[in-house]
Design a protein around this ligand. Structure first.
Ligand SMILES: *Cc1c(COP(=O)(O)O)cnc(C)c1O
Length: 395
């Protein structure tokens, strides 16, 4: 594969609720049943020439996995340096937490300072390939700046609807990247209503997370990277700060693909969801043994990426954490801030509050017997602390 090759892309889309099969070469949102759609590939055909050794010397971004990504036309592959972020060995954090090994996957080093770049890179590339003319999304902040960046790279207008309390650096960034920014007094769910109106009245294409099929394809590349960067194995535990859950769902999908491609066996890491105490719908549902999470009333946390009261992929998150033997815990804002400071001193990484939340969750997960002192643990620092300067813990 060279960077100029036309690729087969997905064979079809599949409804994650009903299994219904849908044509992939069209601009599309949710399935007829209102559930997220997953892209499927002819993995048996891809297998030859797409081994872990074959990709080892490829470009250091997420397009190294082009065969399992949906974009066919090389000219539509937008690129700002997204993905292939470092796995940083954190021995002092491991000692502080009392576990054998801790890695920090530092997603703050992505374009626009968060892992939202992965998902929006794929979603905007694919929207461009399929002929979308105007893009829009509700955002708690980071998704908006990533969408603005890839929209600029594609030459397509982007409308971002965000709550008024979005961190100022993120607002400045979105404006600098040319987005039309609308501020709403309310939550991301209220912003979603404004976007839906634009979709109906002005023909915008909605890039909301899991409401189009390809952000999850961009975020799944984190799963491929974990295996490559750990030399062909996966860790014992993954601790993931969960809002809409796209990254967790994406990695879980990647592991299945990788097993069918012969990259890994059937063992899976324990998947852990961390949420804010002021907005913890997945934790509540996991504790109650429910299959869906419903909506959290009065969501409040300074970790804007976790201020997501309801997620369309809730059942997929809950399924993955249960199937993996993982779990879900909530941490307070001041605990996130405390661990942001500890991670900074221990590792040299200025983490986002969401990244601090993953470290704060480990002692709780050990207390519950879900993480053992023998485990190799990957913490996802999903964004750069620089984007939250001036924001203070709420609880
Ligand atoms: C969006 C976001 C999250 C949550 O990610 P999901 O995949 O939607 O669960 C976590 N951290 C940061 C910094 C984010 O921007």
């Amino acid at each position: 594969m060279t960077d100029n090759d036309q690729l087969p892309g997905a064979t079809h889309l599949e409804c994650t609720g009903t299994g219904e099969i849908i044509e992939s070469e069209q601009l599309i949102g949710l399935s007829a049943a209102g559930k997220p759609l997953f892209a499927r590939y002819d993995l048996d055909a891809i297998r030859d020439g797409f081994g872990m050794k074959d990709v080892a010397h490829r470009r250091a971004d997420l397009w190294r996995y082009a065969e399992v990504l949906p974009v066919r036309d090389p000219k539509a592959r937008l690129s700002l340096g997204e993905g292939w972020t470092p796995m940083i060995d954190a021995p002092r954090t491991a000692a502080r937490l009392g576990v054998r090994k801790v890695w920090v996957k530092d997603e703050g080093q992505n374009p626009t300072g968060s892992f939202k770049a992965r998902g929006l890179c794929l979603a905007v590339s694919r929207a461009l390939e399929l002929g979308a003319e105007e893009l829009a999304l509700p955002s708690a902040g980071n998704a908006g700046s990533a969408a603005a960046a890839y929209g600029a790279a594609a030459g397509l207008p982007v409308h971002v609807v965000v709550p008024t309390d979005t961190p100022a650096p993120i607002l400045e960034e979105m404006k600098a990247l040319g987005a039309d920014v609308q501020l709403i007094e309310g939550l991301i769910s209220d912003c979603g209503k404004v976007v839906r109106k634009g979709v109906e009245e002005k023909g915008w294409f909605d890039l909301s997370t899991l409401k189009e099929p390809y952000r999850v394809e961009g975020k799944k590349t984190m799963g491929y990277e974990l295996a490559e960067q750990l030399g062909g194995r996966l860790p014992d535990a993954i601790v993931y700060p969960t809002g809409g859950g796209t990254g967790l769902i994406g990695m879980w999908k990647a592991f299945d693909e990788m097993e069918r491609l012969g990259w890994i066996g059937s063992d899976r890491p324990k998947m852990f969801t961390v949420q804010a105490a002021g907005c913890a719908p997945m934790v509540r549902a996991w504790e109650a043994g429910k299959e869906d999470a419903g909506v959290w009333e009065g969501a409040s946390t300074y970790a804007s990426g976790l201020r997501v009261p309801g997620a369309v992929g809730d059942f997929l998150i809950l399924r993955a954490i249960r199937a993996s033997g993982g779990g879900a815990v909530a941490v307070q804002d001041h605990q996130m801030a405390d661990w942001v400071a500890k991670l900074g001193v221990d590792t040299g990484i200025f983490a986002a509050p969401e990244g601090g939340a993953t470290a704060a969750a480990v002692p709780m997960l050990m207390e519950l017997g879900l993480i053992s002192p023998d485990d190799e643990v990957v913490l996802f620092n999903t964004g750069s602390g620089l984007k939250y300067v001036g924001m203070t813990p709420i609880d």
